[in-house]
Design a protein around this ligand. Sequence first.
Ligand code: PMV
Length: 367
Amino acid sequence: MRKIFEMKVKEFVPQQLKPLPENGKVAWQAPSNIALVKYWGKRENQIPANASVSFTLSNCHTQTRLEFKRKIDKSFSFEVYFEGEKNKAFKPKIQQFFERIEEFVPFLKDYHFKIYTENSFPHSSGIASSASGMSALALCILELEKEMNPKISSEYFIKKASFLARLGSGSASRSVEGPIIEWGLHENIAGSSDFFGVKYPFGINEVFKSFQDTILLVDKGQKQVSSSVGHNLMHGHPFAKARFQQANSNLDRLKPVFENGKLETFIEIVENEALSLHAMMMSSTPYFILMKPNTLEIINKIWQYRKEAKVPVCFTLDAGANVHILYPKEYSEQVLEFIKDELVGYCEKGQYICDEVGTGAERISTE
Ligand code: PMV
């Protein structure tokens, strides 16, 4: 297994790096994403058990500035500042990330880093920042590599950023580009890879390029079960094999839908994926439930509204209680009215976030 991994990832080990810069700073903004076909279950080295696909978001993002200074000793050395304040809680995850990526960015131990990071969405909103956060940090590290090796192509830059981000958090591999990103080897998707996300390579109907995602904040607390624990519970899960097949076949089913924009089938696939993800959690050993009573209230209201108002709106869920409401832009006014009239009461402090499909990460000037 390790051997195959090493062969496949060789292209990401830099061959020659120019003299390392003494100090400097780089900054990137990376978006969050919402999976339509879910990744749940992985193998060694962050290899996904099935392929997944997501909408890149626009308003929910992380901005990270990486300041670097050469040092002599050979150990990882970094400080993290989250929303202006020194933060110790993120250090173990970043330390683990550095350890995992070191062989691909061998200069990491040559620097002391100051990592300044902030999210556009409220802290403790229950929205995972690991995808946008790991992607922004991976892009900053790549930007530093580019200073040493200016010849790397933009294609390689994006691919390696996704490759590194994946090693921080699997779904982060889908948070570099937009509007629709696929990650995971799939027999019917040419160019797909377990190692990095790729722009969805087939036709995308206009309706999906401006799709709306309104995120209802049902529970802003810390999740009782982390994603990494959840992924691990797929090992030996009685339904694992069928679930991985289901996800891959849902990707096949989405192909014509992305192209022709047939929303009825889109809705069926997306809701099936969300509920299957949570069904896996409920049938793990030990089992757990991340949905809250208000999550179910909202789902039922959406079903009722869709039937009565004949508006093509659907929901999806992350590994948490919050509900993502997905709908075409042309229905924004109606759906927002429905949300305000009927759903805000189920949100913690009436909070929700309006987002939409976005185009991907952007470099930020540090001048
Ligand atoms: O990237 P991770 O390890 O936090 O896992 C993300 C899992 C889901 O958000 C539930 C699904 C997905 O594909 O994004």
